[in-house]
Design a binder for this molecule. Structure first.
Ligand code: AVJ
Length: 353
């Protein structure tokens, strides 16, 4: 296949010009007083967008869905009657917090990866039956807003002290697990079916990374959404109120604002597809007519054909045994599983024996 077909159709001269403009644009849109970290983050966003829109199919990474508005829209999704993950998991934690934490003897530390609002952790801490010592909670998230909210929620829970790590999972996990203050056993939480965003090889790597960071007696609690009828899966990711569509399309709004993109929102529509062979729901942004879209800060101009899509997220759905098998493959002993059969959701406890 010729290279022109697998890359954005920009000729060499045009590309060089666009690059120079990109650098200029990046400097211009950078708010005055932006920190070095903010500038780096924007540069990385631009580089990721340029790389992923050159792939076939075109892609964008789901982590970029969560700017300030995207995070609010995600919170709204969690309240939708068709998106049952959050409520099902909350119910399981409310019912079984005692049993979930009892089986980790001398539990003194919790590390939550992707902390969200802190509400679930508060439920778990509040439901612990034997609390010999105060509980030290490490929150790991790349979003400062999520860390703030979580820390505030947990401030009201007695005997809990909070340490925040603004970092990617792996880095934050290492910081938290090697904390000199560490004594007793640690429980790592990976909730909300965030595991669903990982492709199979990434999920395996994730389990191995957590396993390496832990010691005998520690545990890992994973919440995962289960396979269910296709109509329910599709409605959960393409709701009748259009909130998920707004969440998905906001990624283009964000590119227009932060990177000087020229996406015309009227030409793109949100799509949710159940890919049974891969056991995942895919979100796509479908382009209705052929056009060229420029993204100044990324130094690119991208050709779209009518009917082409940008693949923005995968949410893998599990059967209970498949979750247990993933952990076992990484060297964990599978403890118990708590299942909400109605919503189709499982919380699984892994232990290091
Ligand atoms: C936060 C990744 C678990 O995949 O269900 C919700 C994100 N995307 N609706 C999921 C999401 C569309 C959510 N996770």
């Amino acid at each position: 296949m010729s290279k022109a077909l697998v890359h954005p159709r920009v000729d060499a001269v045009g590309e060089a010009t666009a690059r120079r403009d990109g650098a200029t644009f990046l400097a211009e849109v950078e708010p005055r007083g932006a920190s070095a970290a903010e500038t780096d983050a924007r540069r990385e966003f631009a580089a990721d967008v340029a790389r992923d829109l050159a792939l076939r199919p075109k892609r964008l990474q789901p982590k970029y869905l969560y700017d300030a508005l995207g995070s609010r829209l995600f919170e709204a999704i969690c309240e939708l009657p068709w998106y049952r993950i959050t409520r099902a998991e909350r119910r399981l934690l409310e019912l079984h917090a005692g049993a979930m934490t009892d089986s980790i003897a001398d539990l003194t530390g919790v590390i939550e990866l992707g902390c969200g609002s802190g509400e679930k952790l508060a439920l778990l801490a509040g439901g612990m039956r034997r609390r010999a010592r105060p509980l030290r909670v490490h929150l790991v998230d790349i979003s400062p807003a999520a860390l703030d909210l979580s820390a505030r929620t947990l401030a009201t829970v007695p005997h809990v002290s909070v340490v925040t790590h603004r970092a990617a999972y792996e880095v934050g996990l290492r910081q938290a697990a090697t904390s000199p203050l560490r004594h007793g056993a640690t429980l790592v939480l990976f909730l909300g079916s965030n595991i669903g965003n990982f492709h199979p090889a990434e999920a395996d790597a994730f389990f191995r990374t957590v396993r390496r960071a832990l010691r005998r007696g520690d545990g890992l609690l994973v919440g995962a959404d289960l396979v269910k009828p296709e109509v329910d899966l599709v409605r959960a990711y393409d709701d009748p109120l259009g909130v998920t569509a707004a969440f998905d399309l906001n990624l283009l709004v964000r590119i227009n604002r932060e990177l000087g993109g020229t996406f015309d929102l009227a030409d793109f529509t949100h799509e949710a597809r159940w890919n049974a062979a891969e056991s995942r729901v895919e979100m796509h942004l479908h382009c209705g007519r052929s056009q060229q879209v420029a993204i100044a800060a990324a130094g690119i101009s991208v050709a779209f054909e009518a009917g082409e899509t940008i693949w923005t997220e995968s949410s893998y759905k599990y059967v209970p045994d498949a979750i247990a098998a993933r952990g076992a493959a990484a060297g964990f002993a599978c403890g118990e599983q708590w299942i909400d059969a109605d919503a189709g959701f499982a919380v699984t406890l892994f232990r290091v024996d």
